[in-house]
Structure formats: structure tokens, C-alpha cells
Design a protein around this ligand. Structure first.
Ligand code: 13P
Length: 235
């Protein structure tokens, strides 16, 4: 399974290095694919089993894009994984589907592993399944769902950082729908933590998780990695 941590705007460069070192010890003892997305200022060349990716980058090799980083800055550290379409970039930072698709095309052309996020806000969830699925379907516009290095993460916006999660039945239902759109590995994200990860990973068509706040402590994230191993060995 794929067990991923999105550290968002947390941890210093020094703290991130210690975090990755600790998580790597757990990853080495585990069968899971472990990904970590640190803040951009904490990127470095990590010689680890843990795969380190960037939370964002501009679709360019280099140029005049103040405040952004491009391929040249990622290449410096051998970073070949990127998170695209995260709800905070869509809703807080205002990225359009068109721009997200442009990023996708660019990083696909560079062979990046892309963790592509989709998910509905609360109002769409409450509007009923048809409207919700239509909203999510629009987030696939311009995305190559057959790209070999694609991983999709279903992250309901209302479940991110709120402690709320869909029911396991709802996760199963939506994941079944999303698997019809793409056979790429499909992660669930949104308030995953130590005490619910086993349930979430046991749901059909859940191929892993993308964890935010609960992954900020290496010890907790390591427990989640161990739980994934336990679940796999029970199956
Ligand atoms: P939380 O786990 O804090 O809800 O965040 C999920 C997320 O956004 C991962 O990308």
C-alpha cells in the first residue's frame, strides 16, 4: 500500500530532516511504499527508502515566476514526485482546473510520479450523489487518467483537518466510482489518524492513505505504517 504524509506548511528544515530519518527507519522495516511531502524549503537530497516529493511547483524548467520553484530547483535534489490538485491549492490558493491540468501535463512530460487530488466541498456532498460525482468528474478534466506514474488521492474537502470523515460505506462507494475513471492506485485522505487508519485501509479499493496533521509526529506516522503492514499480513 501507499502510505503518504503531506506535511503542508509545518516543520523547519532541520525538523524535517530528523522526521524523514525517523520515518525512514520504519519504512525500512515495512513493506509499504512510504511517501513524504515536506515544505518546499525543506526539500533536500534524501538517500532514503522514503520517497520525498514536492507539495507544489510551477510548470516550467526555470524563469520569471516570483515565489515559485521549477524543474531546475527540483532536479537539484533529484525530486521526481509531485502533489497536484490538492484542495488547499484549489480553494485557498485559487488554482483553476485549467492551470492544474497544465501542471499535470508538464510534470507528466517530465516523467514525475504524480499524486493527483480530487474531492468535494461540503455543499456538494450535501447536494446529493449525482451532483457530487459531477463535481468530482470535473476535476478529471485535462488529466490523463491512464498515466503510468499516476496515483489518485480522494480527499473530501470537508474532511481535511476537521476530524470528520465519511463513513466507511461512503468511502467504499466513492472509491468504487473513482476506480471506474482510472485504475491508478487510489488513496483516501482527510482526517486519517492512528485510531481510524486500520478501518480506512480495510475498505475495498483503498490502496493507501494521504495523511496531514496526524502524520506530523514521526512516531504516529510510523504507527500508521506498521498498522498497514498488519492489515496486509492479515489479508
Ligand atoms: P488532514 O489529515 O490533516 O485532514 O489532511 C489531509 C490532507 O489534506 C492530506 O493531503
Amino acid at each position: 500500500m501507499i502510505i503518504a504524509a503531506n506535511l503542508k506548511t509545518n516543520l523547519t528544515r532541520h525538523e524535517t530532516a530528523s522526521y524523514i530519518e525517523e520515518v525512514n527507519r520504519c519504512a525500512l522495516a515495512s513493506k509499504q511504499d512510504v511517501l513524504v511531502f515536506p515544505a518546499i524549503s525543506s526539500l533536500d537530497s534524501f538517500d532514503t527508502k522514503v520517497e520525498v516529493g514536492t507539495q507544489n511547483a510551477y510548470p516550467t524548467q526555470k524563469g520569471a515566476f516570483t515565489g515559485e520553484i521549477g524543474l531546475e530547483q527540483l532536479d537539484e535534489f533529484g525530486i521526481k514526485i509531485i502533489l497536484i490538485g490538492h484542495s488547499e491549492r484549489r480553494h485557498v490558493l485559487g488554482e483553476s482546473q485549467e492551470f492544474i491540468a497544465q501542471k499535470f501535463r508538464y510534470f507528466k512530460s517530465q516523467g514525475f510520479k504524480i499524486v493527483y487530488c480530487v474531492g468535494e466541498p461540503k455543499a456538494k456532498r450535501e447536494a446529493g450523489k449525482a451532483e457530487m460525482m459531477e463535481y468530482i468528474a470535473a476535476q478529471y478534466a485535462g488529466i490523463d487518467t491512464e498515466y503510468e506514474n499516476l496515483i489518485i488521492a480522494y480527499e473530501p474537502v470537508w474532511a481535511i483537518g476537521t476530524g470528520l470523515t465519511p463513513t466507511l460505506e461512503d468511502i467504499e462507494d466513492i472509491h468504487a466510482e473513482l476506480k471506474k475513471k482510472s485504475s491508478a492506485p487510489l488513496l483516501y485522505g482527510g482526517s486519517v489518524k492512528v485510531n481510524n487508519i486500520k478501518d480506512v485501509l480495510s475498505v475495498k479499493n483503498v490502496d493507501g492513505v494521504l495523511v496531514g496533521s496526524a502524520a506530523l509526529y514521526a512516531e504516529h506516522f510510523c504507527t500508521m505504517i506498521q498498522y498497514a503492514d498488519e492489515i496486509e499480513s492479515n489479508n
